[in-house]
Design a protein around this ligand. Structure first.
Ligand code: GTP
Ligand code: MG
Length: 296
């Protein structure tokens, strides 16, 4: 088995309101990494994470499950937590060891109360956090409303890294405003084609790219000066700025996905690898807080 130094290990916890899609996302991540050859589903009661009888019966997670997978040069440890608030102790335990919280939002429902409760914890523990707008394949999915609600509930530092060209049954394209490309997925999801952003999306993509750069630059004096001088930041500078601001709990990038259709998860895993913090990068006070984190 490969060995990894601590710079190449990423510990993430999947968090969110019950039914937002955490377990299905974990299944996609393992499938994308090639750990499993076939994706299980909640309906078929055969996911890796919800293996306990209680969970298959309820079709809902009861315990936190720890999974791990290699991804490119890294090892990602994935903790899938239950969403029902009866099991919030499992979430708190996961936050003691996770260096990044992935708060999953059901884009068909917007920000639900479970996400608010979890935000209280990640905010108290200063856990670096990303958001995933999931279930974008549903007819009721509304990305703009989900982003707006996330900003209202969690602050203006929630910033879109991606947006869907279309939601509902036609969802198959994600515009990424960090690396300024469009990902187009085939019917089975998985690895997308990387395409140039079409002219019809240029204006929206440029606007969100600018908002992302300004959010990054506003948290870093050096980058702000460079942005004022040159009117642009490189992708590498943006990633470095995101990395530092995430550790300081100053920025919360938001991504797009449909776990049901296996779309978007590979890109999120690559972001976890290259941008999200490694365990040895967390400030000592955060490590101390984690050990002492109170049960609220
Ligand atoms: N259409 C659609 N359905 C989804 C998506 N993600 C998950 N689901 C479905 O939503 C239901 C709940 O999914 P889970 O993965 O169990 O959600 P969870 O967040 O783990 O739920 P808890 O463990 O109860 O907190 C299942 O029926 C999934 O098949 C998605 O992207 N699109
Ligand atoms: Mg679950």
């Amino acid at each position: 088995m490969a060995t990894y130094d601590s710079n190449h290990v990423k510990n993430v916890a999947l968090l969110g309101h019950a039914g937002c899609g955490k377990t299905t996302i974990a299944e996609c991540m393992l499938f994308e990494a090639g750990i499993i050859k076939r994706r299980g589903s909640i309906a078929a009661k055969n996911t890796v994470s919800d293996y306990h009888e209680l969970e298959t019966e309820r079709q809902s997670s009861v315990f936190s499950s720890l999974m791990h997978t290699p991804w490119k040069d890294y090892k990602i440890n994935i903790i899938d937590t239950p969403g029902y608030d009866d099991f919030v102790g499992e979430v708190i335990s996961a936050l003691r060891v996770a260096d990044t919280g992935v708060i999953v939002l059901n884009a068909a429902a917007g920000v639900e109360v479970g996400a608010d409760v979890i935000w209280e914890y990640t905010d108290t523990f200063k856990t670096p956090t990303i958001f995933v707008a999931n279930q974008l394949d549903k007819d009721e999915a509304d990305f703009d409303r989900t982003l707006r609600e996330a900003k209202t509930h969690f602050g203006s530092n929630v910033v879109a890294v991606q947006y869907p060209v279309q939601t509902g049954s036609g969802f198959n394209c994600i515009v990424d405003v960090l690396n300024m490309v469009m990902y187009q997925y085939g019917p089975e999801g998985g690895k997308p084609q990387k395409l140039a952003i079409p002219d019809t999306e240029k204006e929206k993509a440029d606007q969100l790219h600018k908002e992302l750069i300004e959010a990054i630059a506003s948290n870093d004096e050096g980058l702000m000066e460079k942005y004022f001088d040159q009117g642009e930041l490189t992708e590498e500078e943006m990633k470095a700025g995101l990395h530092t601001s995430m550790i300081k709990h100053d920025i919360f990038p938001l991504f797009c996905a449909s776990a049901e259709k296996n779309m978007g998860l590979g890109r999120i895993m690559s972001f976890i690898d290259y941008v999200c913090p490694a365990p040895n990068e967390m400030p000592p006070q955060k490590q101390k807080q984690e050990r002492n984190c109170p049960v609220m």
